[in-house]
Ligand binder design. Structure first.
Ligand SMILES: *Cc1c(COP(=O)(O)O)cnc(C)c1O
Length: 416
């Protein structure tokens, strides 16, 4: 009882001292009494209230008013325009290197396929290095590419409450390495990989890197240019609040664009799409990463979120995120560890993204019951509860409400 009132008091203090606290009211549903704690913004971010208007306006005046003329008046350029905004405010990428398209899965395929072709060196570089704990789609896509191109996968193991460290990558790369595929923030543990160090050591072995930023873009700052990243991709429906099924984004460093060989050649990646030419001649620059018609409606919500992030600043977003996860770990130690739960995320806030995972045998049942009460964390196989703390839409009080409910749920399972 004492602990819980202390933690709820502490949550109140942290909220009132939070310089970004006011931003939470910009999200739809923030005051929904039926959802006392939404801790899954790392799977599907909440919508911004502004997005209701953005979408309505677009349908009314753009689609409804400009009709087919809209393509020439800005829609065709929008994927690159939003890509540049993302590059500037979120990814640390100079203009002309990011584009919005497809899904993460499809972009991972396109980027990895182009990368292994570019570095093959007559077949001498024939390995893709990846880790056992990466998100399933990343592993499946690379397995498919390996089968398609006759490449070998070299697996790296990740630590249970951590991730892939530079030493593990150093031991795996060599003259046979074509590409290394890793996540910036691990989807399960939340571990933040040392992107610049790993990228540098892969380069010194002559390979290239493809970083997946699904779990970091919008919550952990990235410096893709300064880190000399070759390729990156990420989704927009997590910390970029693009909405269910919103398209993903790709980054291809300017130095790799001229020999980027597109595996899905479509007319909108061609240099002169409306020339309707006989042969495929790729567009210059990042446009050649595109295959077909861009999903314009799906990328508008993300643009609203990029605007909000630019107002907050990524450094302030990161600061809030670290405070949220630190508070969650403090609450974990006090109310969840005594129930037998184990922290499966790093204890150092600098080493974790914006979520933590706690393991407990009762996780699956407890999560299902919490969802019915509008307390929404995420269940992850085999026995993890993931608490995603989206920096701009989650308060400390909400974090505490969620953890208190998890404790009540787990407490009920351990009682005889
Ligand atoms: C969410 C996520 C994906 C999702 O891929 P989709 O094609 O959008 O379904 C991929 N990789 C990682 C690391 C993720 O966290």
């Amino acid at each position: 009882m004492r602990t819980t009132s202390r933690l709820s008091e502490r949550a109140r203090e942290l909220d009132s001292a939070d310089p970004l606290g006011g931003m939470r009211t910009k999200f739809l549903g923030h005051d929904d009494a039926a959802v006392p704690a939404y801790l899954d913004g790392n799977s599907l971010g909440r919508p911004l209230a502004a997005t209701l208007e953005t979408l309505g306006d677009f349908v009314r005046s753009q689609w409804g008013g400009r009709l087919i003329r809209g393509w020439d008046e800005g829609w065709l350029a929008l994927p690159r325009h939003i890509g540049d905004q993302l590059g500037e405010h979120v990814l640390g990428a100079a203009p002309g290197q990011c584009v919005v398209a497809d899904s993460t899965t499809v972009l991972l395929y396109k980027l990895a396929r182009a990368a292994v072709t570019a570095v093959s060196d007559g077949g001498k570089r024939n390995e893709i290095v990846l880790d056992r704990d990466n998100f399933p789609t990343d592993r499946y896509v690379m397995e498919g590419i390996a089968a398609e191109c006759g490449l070998t996968l070299r697996w790296v193991d990740a630590e249970y409450d951590g991730g892939v460290r530079p030493e593990a990558v150093a031991a795996a790369v060599g003259p046979q390495t074509a590409l290394v595929v890793l996540s910036h923030v691990a989807y399960r543990s939340g571990f933040v990989a040392d992107v610049p160090a790993i990228t540098e050591l892969v380069h010194s072995a002559g390979g290239r890197v493809l970083w997946d930023l699904c779990h970091s873009a919008g919550s952990v700052p990235a410096e893709l240019d300064a880190w000399k990243v070759d390729y990156a991709a990420g989704c927009s429906y997590k910390y970029l609040n693009g909405g269910p099924g919103a398209p993903a984004w790709a980054y291809v460093a300017a130095r790799h664009q001229a020999n980027f060989e597109q595996p899905i050649r479509g007319w909108l990646g061609a240099g002169d799409p409306f020339g309707m030419g006989r042969d495929y001649v790729p567009a210059a620059g990042i446009q050649r990463v595109v295959s077909g018609t861009p999903p314009i409606l799906g990328m508008l919500a993300m643009q609203d979120m990029i605007t909000l992030i630019s107002e907050a600043g990524m450094d302030a977003v990161r600061e809030k995120s670290m405070q949220l996860t630190s508070f969650a770990v403090e609450a974990f130690d006090e109310v969840l560890a005594p129930l037998g739960a184990v922290l499966a995320s790093p204890r150092d806030p600098l080493q974790r993204g914006s979520h933590i995972t706690i393991d407990h045998p009762g996780s699956r049942d407890v999560t299902a019951r919490l969802w019915e009460q509008g307390v929404i964390p995420d269940y992850r196989n085999p026995n993890g509860i993931r608490l995603g703390l989206s920096p701009l839409s989650t308060s400390f009080a909400e974090t505490w409400a969620g953890i208190e409910a998890v404790a009540a749920g787990l407490g009920a399972t351990v009682r005889p």
